[in-house]
Design a protein around this ligand. Structure first.
Ligand code: OTD
Ligand code: ZN
Ligand code: ZN
Length: 357
């Protein structure tokens, strides 16, 4: 038996068991109603906490709404679960400085989410002109409320594969320059350019990385037929970018942490002539990350990425419980949920190597 920090490795040559501090998911969609009921146990099985995205219809825009959404999530949890939903508000052109102060004073709401209008699922209420929202960003900087950003431009003339880089160059660099003390999480980074920006920014700027962007490039979605369950936004990029993400995630740099962006959609709405964006990964999130870290020979870096860096950035205590992963191949089910509400998970029907025990 060999100990690396708090990671316990039994059988050092063929590493087949891994115990780490319980991780958190710093970017998650759980929806409401029946979908919430189907998905929440998957997240609660693995994670201590998760940052809950506010892109409901209508969006979560006030602390009061966030508290009632939080209660709905708590009510949907399996009995005995200690899972804690960490709420966020959706930043709109109508957000007030008063609401930002309320978030600063709330122990349950942890930030605002900025969606450029039209960038992703349920983002129509997002910010059309970011500069017009600068007074709000100034208030968030002043009251130390984190800003979580979907970093893509949405103008029709920009190629979908370039939208993140253009956002970083034209918008994010302005925001971090104007508001150097603002705490910023660039959500779900997908490009080498975004990684480099975050690395060279101040310690107030961090990023989440999804399992699909660590494991797959755009060939997974497009070679041999269109695979709608790999379609998410920001869209999967080319291999060079995937490699940059793996390097960042496994570097031990505290600016990078786990955020699944697990986004459940009904199967028939994804397998559709105009399929919706989002990968459902909550069923196997930690297992998927373990696979990516193992492929990079970096399982010893998983705990920092999954369990420490995010809590440290948000100024929350690290979890005290642990979880254990075992190398024990299992087959991902074809779907979850009742027939007419079926959700197809990422890698449905495929074998995964690691299993949470
Ligand atoms: N991306 N789908 C969704 C959100 C994310 O940009 C995101 O955070 C969703 O369905 O809510 C997606 O592809
Ligand atoms: Zn997003
Ligand atoms: Zn998301």
């Amino acid at each position: 038996m060999l100990e690396w920090g708090s990671i316990l490795i039994e059988n050092a040559k063929i590493m087949d068991k891994l115990t780490i501090t319980q991780p958190d998911d710093w970017h998650l969609h759980v929806r409401t109603g029946k979908i919430l009921n189907t998905v929440i146990a998957h997240t609660a099985r693995q994670f201590g906490r998760a940052i809950i995205m506010p892109n409901l219809k209508p969006p979560v825009v006030t602390v009061e709404q966030a508290l009632s959404y939080r209660q709905e999530i708590l009510d949907a949890l399996p009995t005995g679960s200690n899972f804690q939903p960490l709420m966020t508000l959706y930043l709109t052109g109508n957000t007030s400085v008063e609401e930002i102060k309320k978030v600063a004073d709330s122990e349950f709401v942890h930030g605002f989410k900025l969606y450029p209008a039209g960038a992703t699922t349920n983002s129509d209420a997002g910010v059309a002109n970011i500069e017009a929202a600068y007074p709000l960003l100034a208030a968030m900087e002043k009251y130390r409320v984190p800003l979580l950003i979907h970093g893509e431009v949405t103008d029709a003339e920009h190629d979908i594969f370039d939208r993140e880089k253009i956002f970083v160059d034209s918008q994010l660099s302005q925001i971090t320059q104007q508001f150097p003390e603002l705490r910023v999480v660039l959500e779900h980074v997908t490009t080498q350019d975004a990684v480099q920006f975050v690395e060279s920014a101040s310690s107030n700027v961090a990023a989440t990385i999804t399992p699909q962007h660590l494991l797959f490039n755009r060939n997974a979605m497009l070679v041999g037929g269109i695979k709608p369950h790999f379609y998410c936004l920001p869209i999967l990029k080319r291999e060079q970018h995937r490699q940059a993400l793996v390097t960042a995630a496994t570097s031990g740099n505290p600016k990078f942490f786990l955020g699944t962006d697990s986004a459940p959609h009904l199967t028939h709405l994804k397998e559709n002539s105009c399929g919706c964006a989002g990968c459902y990964s909550a069923h196997a999130a930690v297992e998927l990350y373990a696979q990516a870290f193992e492929q990079a020979n970096a399982l010893d870096k998983l705990e920092g990425f999954a369990s420490f860096h995010g809590a440290d950035f948000y100024g929350l205590p690290r979890n005290s419980a642990t979880v254990t992963l075992q190398k024990q191949p299992w087959q991902v089910p074809a779907s979850y949920g009742e027939a007419d509400l079926s959700i197809t998970p990422l890698l449905a029907g495929e074998q995964l190597q690691w299993q949470l025990i």
